[in-house]
Design a protein around this ligand. Structure first.
Ligand code: TRP
Length: 345
């Protein structure tokens, strides 16, 4: 029996949501719910791999769930929940810790970047993070995951874990009534939905937009007021040249490239299409148009996010319902996994 097409993705509640999270992730999640079974998770267990103030963690967890819904994810169509409510994530990640090899984990570039010089003093959880991510995905036998380029290596690891599990337990997989050639876990695909969108800092077009940037003006937060969004865009770093009339003309102009890409993503247009309108014009024309567009798209999302975040009762109901539906998929998978690895039940 082939695997049911199923999409899983998650965002970590470890800071205020910004335009990069919105355009790079959440906005791409929305159309998938029309074509796939979709599970969107707030991965709070991933967040605590580095210290989080518990009050902030709770607030950010609600904020991401609210952003999902405010951006158009329908909690009836998609399963929306926070990871820690489905304990099977932790259980499967332990089994995967015993499948994944130290050598594989040591090659993870994100860990190396995050740990840096400090690798003796980061949590064991930060090192094991990709194994928990593989568990998130495979607990639902997900066949596709929409993620940005920075997560590609983790998805490759997810496939390696699935393959090794399928191989190491081949006999037991067959013994439990599964097609051993197909395997127990699917080989999950990286889904790319449209052109890769990497939103860069408004101050430096070569750095990713991030909550940890030293300059407050470099990052547009989802909860920013309209006038602050406008101010940040008008003050964004640019070169003095007018806009080119084709995408090729942006290649050596990272700041210009970033602002045009943001315009294109916010308006669901291609970069070339945007340039066919603004090519030859200066920033004095383009920036106000971008600011107006950004405010018109982001303000309604922020308003709805605030309303939802303030309605804890409603949010708790949505997350509990999502967790129930997630568990209904996860529990039978875990039952099979326990039998396959030889745990006495
Ligand atoms: N590691 C992802 C990130 O930092 C978040 C994540 C955790 C995730 N589990 C996942 C993404 C499963 C996709 C699928 O962005």
């Amino acid at each position: 029996m082939p695997f049911t097409p199923r999409v899983f993705s998650g965002i970590k509640p470890s800071g205020d949501l910004h335009l990069g999270n919105y355009l790079g992730a959440i906005r791409r999640f929305v159309p998938l719910q029309e074509t796939h079974e979709t599970i969107y998770c707030v991965v709070d267990m991933h967040a605590i791999t580095v210290w989080q103030d518990p009050e902030d963690l709770r607030r950010w967890t609600y904020e991401i769930a609210a952003a999902y819904i405010a951006s158009g994810l329908d909690p009836k169509k998609s399963i929306i929940f926070n990871q820690s409510q489905v304990v099977e994530h932790a259980e499967l990640s332990w089994i995967f810790n015993c499948v994944a090899r130290m050598g594989w984990m040591s090659r993870m570039t994100q860990f190396k970047d995050k740990a840096g010089e400090n690798s003796e003093n980061v949590s064991l959880g930060l090192f094991a993070y990709p194994s928990l991510m593989a568990a998130d995905i495979l607990l639902y036998k997900s066949t596709g995951v929409p993620v940005g380029d920075d997560q590609r290596q983790h998805l490759e690891l997810t496939r390696d874990i699935a393959k090794k599990f399928n191989h190491d337990f081949k006999k037991q997989i067959a013994g439990n009534g599964f097609d051993a050639d197909e395997g127990f876990f699917p080989i999950t695909e990286t889904l790319s939905t449209g052109p890769a969108m990497r939103v860069m800092s408004l101050r430096d077009g070569t750095k990713k937009m991030s909550k940890s940037d030293a300059s407050d003006m470099s990052t547009i937060y989802m909860m920013d007021e309209a006038d602050l969004i406008t101010k940040k865009i008008k003050k964004a770093t640019t070169d003095p040249e007018p806009l080119p009339s084709e995408a090729k003309g942006l290649e050596t102009r990272p700041e210009a490239q970033n602002l045009v890409a943001i315009f294109a993503a916010l308006s669901d247009r291609s970069v070339d299409d945007v340039l066919s309108e603004y090519g030859g014009q200066g920033w004095g024309k383009f920036k106000p148009a971008l600011a107006e567009l950004a405010v018109s798209v982001l303000s309604p999302v922020a308003t709805e996010m605030r309303r939802l975040v303030d309605d804890r009762g409603e949010m708790d109901r949505i997350l509990a319902d999502g967790a129930d539906r997630a568990r209904a998929i996860a529990q039978p998978v875990m039952e099979d996994v326990r039998r396959i690895v030889g745990f006495v039940r």
